[in-house]
Design a protein around this ligand. Structure first.
Ligand SMILES: Cc1cc2nc3c(=O)[nH]c(=O)nc-3n(C[C@H](O)[C@H](O)[C@H](O)COP(=O)(O)OP(=O)(O)OC[C@H]3O[C@@H](n4cnc5c(N)ncnc54)[C@H](O)[C@@H]3O)c2cc1C
Length: 592
């Protein structure tokens, strides 16, 4: 059986992005994709949001997408277009680009990163144990992985097999989508009637002054609202024709469909994004109406949140509990996406009362504060992970500032191309001293920045003296002329420190502390373990103030008083370690 660190089920946008993130972190990852190639049957996402473009920019590949798409003010809520050109980002727009092109460009990047993608193969089941996951594939083959990630879409087999609940709301609307020929030319654009919303367009278009101008040639894209909800049959040309006649009084001589599909506003979210060694991302974790264009963007952003965390756990630089922060951060984002799309679906209802609500909302959205707040949510720029109280930057996206360094000008995003964390020191050069035990993992950059610190919605915020930036571009710690809290943040997000140890023969070597053989789950069940309560928010420094490292490098363990690292007495630390070890059979080991 072939072994990999991570197997990803599904090579859609989420699976591809996650595989790229893992490959950048040098993790052995493989993608299993049921389709024979990257081609898409039918039309799906139409573009990328501002924050997704920023994330691609963080990896140095945004230009590939921008060159293939069209920039436009396409951010919107229900029927109201929201201009984000005054937002403090280089990508103060949305990018019109079909999902087929997005996947093609992602797949080419993934190929450059040498990720194997097994096309024409499906995951058919899996079984997980304490050390890994056996993944069964169509054709009778199987793979063994440390972790399996289900990026296998809304009907996710991985989610179902893991037994993860998918609570939510059944559909209230149903739409047919198709690409067809018509003998008469329909009115292009979006139309609302008593029968619901319908639209006509063409695959090829140009955006001029914010308006979509369709080419005169090529098949016609059609979207109609169905009279009935709940059909499970494949939609037919006859269904489409009847729907067109109900909505428009004619079917415009519809014929020769290239494809016909159906989508609904079913809204569901996985109750948990992780079950031990199995994780979910993208549509496998959340489904909702396509209104607002959030699905693909949310999936790609799930992948960027998960990638570096999974890489650190696989490489054993961080404990497994880091993966719990993936659910803690991304589940609330997914829940807000469901809330926002459900509200937009409701606002599309074709009755007079809903029209009145839509009009009033349209007036409110002309107010600057309301526009900014909703546009920040729809563009992804407003995402805020709850990392506790502090500077407004904490838990928010790091802006792509123009820095000045000893080596010349530098953009912040260029520091994130390798998906490695960065401590950006904007104070006295050489001020990143406390970081020494993490230097093997965290880049330290001395820089100057003279401009304003502006965040979407919040406006100008106080200039920090330093920021710790996670590989996904979110700020994990903000310095205020001191390094207070820095070691906590480094340990929480990037694992225990690397220390210099002395072996019995008197030699020194560097090794990272890690937890090994911890039985605290059992202790926790007996109500004895004082550290178990902190599982949800790992705070390694607090652990260290109680624990010691025990090296397995020698037959007789060398004990390292970790308290000494933080200025406590070695003796008290050693005593604490003994009691901890006796009580919990938990011990710290050094990873050679
Ligand atoms: C009409 C429509 C319009 C949309 N418009 C937008 C938009 O404008 N903006 C936006 O952001 N989103 C939009 N979306 C949503 C977007 O298409 C999805 O959110 C996005 O495709 C999700 O990506 P994913 O990779 O998570 O899942 P998917 O794209 O569904 O990919 C899952 C992949 O897994 C594969 N797979 C499934 N099961 C298995 C298995 N057992 N083994 C191996 N492989 C498997 C599938 O073949 C597929 O390639 C739209 C969707 C629809 C239907």
């Amino acid at each position: 059986m072939t072994e990999h660190a991570v197997v990803i089920a599904g090579g859609g946008p989420t699976g591809l992005m996650l595989s790229a993130e893992l490959a950048l972190a040098k993790v052995d990852v493989v993608v299993v994709e049921r389709r024979a190639n990257q081609e898409l049957n039918g039309s799906r996402a139409k573009g990328l949001s501002s924050r997704t473009l920023e994330m691609l920019d963080q990896r140095g590949v945004a230009d590939r997408f921008i060159a293939a798409g069209q920039k436009a003010q396409v951010t919107g809520f229900a029927v109201t277009r929201l201009d984000i050109s005054d937002f403090p980002t280089r990508h103060n727009y949305g990018l019109g680009l079909g999902q087929d092109h997005i996947e093609r460009i992602l797949a080419a990047w993934v190929a450059e990163l040498k990720v194997p993608v097994h096309y024409g193969m499906a995951v058919t089941g899996f079984a997980q144990d304490d050390t890994g996951v056996d993944v069964a594939l169509s054709g009778g083959k199987s793979l063994r992985a440390q972790y399996l990630v289900g990026c296998d879409g809304g009907r996710s087999l991985i989610r179902k097999t893991a037994g993860i609940d998918f609570p939510g709301w059944d559909p209230t609307t149903s739409n047919i989508l198709a690409e067809v020929e018509m003998t008469e030319k329909p009115p292009m654009g979006i139309h609302r009637t008593a029968a619901g919303t319908h639209a006509f367009g063409r695959r090829e278009y140009e955006i001029r002054n914010g308006e979509i101008i369709y080419k005169d040639v090529g098949p016609i894209g059609v979207m109609i609202t169905e009279a009935q909800v709940g059909s499970t049959d494949e939609p037919t040309l006859r269904d489409l024709s009847e729907g067109l006649i109900a909505a428009c009084g004619t079917d415009y001589g519809v014929h020769s469909p290239l494809w016909i599909s159906r989508f609904t506003d079913m809204s569901r979210q996985a109750a948990a994004y992780r079950d031990r060694r199995v994780l979910l991302a993208g549509d496998a974790a959340h489904v909702h109406s396509p209104i607002g264009g959030l699905g693909l963007n949310t999936g790609v952003q799930d992948a960027v949140n998960l990638g570096w965390k999974l890489a650190q756990v696989v490489k054993r630089t961080s404990p497994e509990s880091l993966l719990d922060t993936y659910h803690a951060e991304r589940h609330p984002v997914g829940a807000r996406v469901l809330r926002s799309t459900m509200a937009q679906v409701a606002l599309h209802r074709p009755d007079e009362r809903t029209n009145a609500v839509r009009d009033i909302l349209g007036e409110l959205l002309k107010m600057d504060e309301v526009r900014k707040r909703i546009a920040a949510e729809m563009s992804g720029l407003g995402i805020h992970y709850d990392l506790g109280p502090g500077h407004p930057l904490l838990g928010r996206r790091m802006p792509d500032l123009d820095l000045v360094t000893a080596d010349g000008p530098l953009r912040v995003f260029s520091l994130l191309h390798d998906a490695r964390p960065v401590l950006l020191n904007l104070g006295e050069p050489g001020g990143g001293g406390g970081i020494t035990p993490w230097r093997d993992r965290v880049q330290v950059v001395d820089a100057e920045y003279a401009g304003a610190w502006e965040l979407p919605v919040l406006g100008t915020v106080a200039a920090p003296s330093a920021v710790l930036i996670r590989p996904d571009g979110y700020v994990a710690w903000v310095g205020d002329q001191t390094q207070r809290g820095l070691t906590d943040a480094l340990a929480t997000w990037f694992g225990p420190p690397t220390v210099t140890e002395r072996t019995a023969s008197g030699q020194t070597r560097r090794a990272q502390m890690r937890l090994a053989g911890c039985k605290w789950r059992e202790c926790s069940a007996r109500g004895e373990c004082s550290v178990s309560a902190r599982r949800q928010t790992p705070n390694w420094r607090r652990w260290w103030s109680k624990c010691f490292a025990v090296s397995r490098l020698q037959c007789f363990p060398v004990i390292f008083p970790i308290d000494a690292l933080f200025g406590h007495s070695a003796d008290s630390g050693r005593a604490t370690m003994r009691s901890m070890r006796d009580r919990h059979s938990a011990f710290w080991a050094l990873k050679s």
